[in-house]
Design a protein around this ligand. Structure first.
Ligand code: APR
Ligand code: ZN
Length: 375
């Protein structure tokens, strides 16, 4: 009986909010119809994992297995799985791409809704969990749960990628890289010659910067309160650096002057609602587009004078860079393979699962760009 065949898996478990993860041996049931068993080879640790673990995420569920930025290999496919086979290399997608729902068929959004409800409840599409600890179910997280050496993921939430890739690098494409690059290419649609301002030069902001360079932007202005970000941002394509703490007077006026009337495109890559306003208001009158990439805390609100929009500035937001995962993620992997984009310099720390709490510490202290766990 397939349902009863359970495997032992090593996982970092979030038993309760606000506590460090604990390394446990958990039970994993085999993939059911439309599901795939993936051996996770590497996973990034992202702010979103930390946000949920902190307990501030109103939709956070415990006990659960977090992690949404993984890469690995298919080891078993459930019934009716057609697009993947054993041995395929894959990146799990927290936004799936079913290619059948109203959202997918609109071609206007990447927000596939096929499994949204169950994914939000921390279970597989049939309403149950594959993971358990001491006989008690553990919740899945973002449909991916990559903080485990094996996980079960719906077929529509897996991007098939080339097989000769370094997992500890391409896992970052599962969230941060695609979010930053997609914001530029899919959401804002920055064109050659544009002037751009990027607020926040962390992992997301640096990926926005390298995509702006890739599409041929002219001025690429980076704004960060931390001067130590200047060197790496310049390496990724930043042409001008502004530290808001070091300029006299109003930041928006300064940026509007620097860009001779405002930027064609701005990106907020921090998650700070005050900076979101600055990013909108430093856009060019008549056509400037500001894209919100950073995730603000639950319940926070943005504001500006409506006059800013009436006079032609546009406020946008993006999730997973507007990318349709099964279609776009393999392309981004190829861009990495051909040297179009740099991921290597963004992976500042690599460590085993046992040290995953160190990855969270490094992130909170701002000492890492990205920490990656390898199994
Ligand atoms: N003005 C300018 N820069 C700022 C400010 C500010 N008020 N506050 C913070 N920063 C800078 C930090 O110095 C840091 O360099 O923003 C950068 C944020 O980088 P990271 O903390 O590394 O975050 P990152 O992984 O890039 O994610 C940014 O996107 O995914 C979301 O939840 C994530 O909201 C977060 C955002
Ligand atoms: Zn993420």
């Amino acid at each position: 009986n397939q349902i009863l065949r359970v495997m032992k898996v090593k996982a970092a478990v979030a038993l309760e909010a606000g506590k460090p993860l604990t390394i446990e041996t958990v039970d994993l049931q085999p993939p059911q119809a439309g599901e795939v068993l993936v051996e996770i080879k590497a996973t990034g640790v992202c702010h979103t994992d930390a946000y949920t673990l902190s307990g501030k995420d109103p939709e956070g569920l415990f006990p659960s297995i977090l992690g949404h930025e993984g890469a690995g290999v298919v080891v078993e496919v459930g019934k009716n799985v057609k697009s993947l086979k054993v041995g395929d290399c894959v990146i799990p997608l927290y936004i799936p791409e079913c290619r059948e729902c109203e959202y997918c068929l609109s071609f206007k959004t990447n927000l596939c809704q096929a499994i949204r409800v169950t994914q939000g409840k921390g279970v597989m599409p049939d309403g149950t969990s594959r993971f358990s600890l001491d006989g008690k179910p553990l919740y899945h997280y973002m449909g991916t749960s990559t903080f485990a050496n094996y996980t079960v993921v719906p077929e529509i939430a897996l991007a098939k990628i080339p097989s000769d890739v370094p997992f500890e690098k391409v896992c970052y494409i599962g969230c941060g890289v695609t979010t930053g690059i997609g914001a530029v290419i899919n959401t804002a649609k920055v064109e050659a010659g544009a002037n751009v301002i990027v607020f926040g030069l962390g992992g997301i902001g640096l990926n926005v910067i390298q995509a702006c360079r890739m599409v041929g932007a002219d001025m690429i202005i980076g704004v960060d309160i931390n001067n130590s970000k200047k060197a790496i941002a310049s390496k990724f394509g930043m042409t001008h650096f502004v530290n808001p703490k070091e300029i006299e007077g109003d930041l928006v006026s300064y940026l509007v002057e620097l860009t001779k009337g405002g930027a064609d495109y701005t990106f907020e890559c921090i998650g700070n609602v005050n900076v979101m306003r600055q990013a909108l208001e430093s856009c060019h009158k008549g056509w400037g587009v500001s894209t919100i990439v950073g995730v603000a805390g639950a319940g926070e609100e943005i504001s500006t004078r409506p006059f800013q929009l009436v006079t032609g500035r546009v406020w946008k937001g993006t999730a997973f860079g507007g990318a349709k995962g099964r279609t776009d993620v393999p392309k981004i992997v190829e861009w990495y393979q051909s040297g179009k984009i740099n991921i290597d310099d963004l992976i500042t720390h690599v460590m085993p699962l046992e040290e995953i709490n160190t990855a969270f510490d490094l992130m909170h202290k701002g000492e890492s760009i990205r920490s990656v766990i390898t199994f």
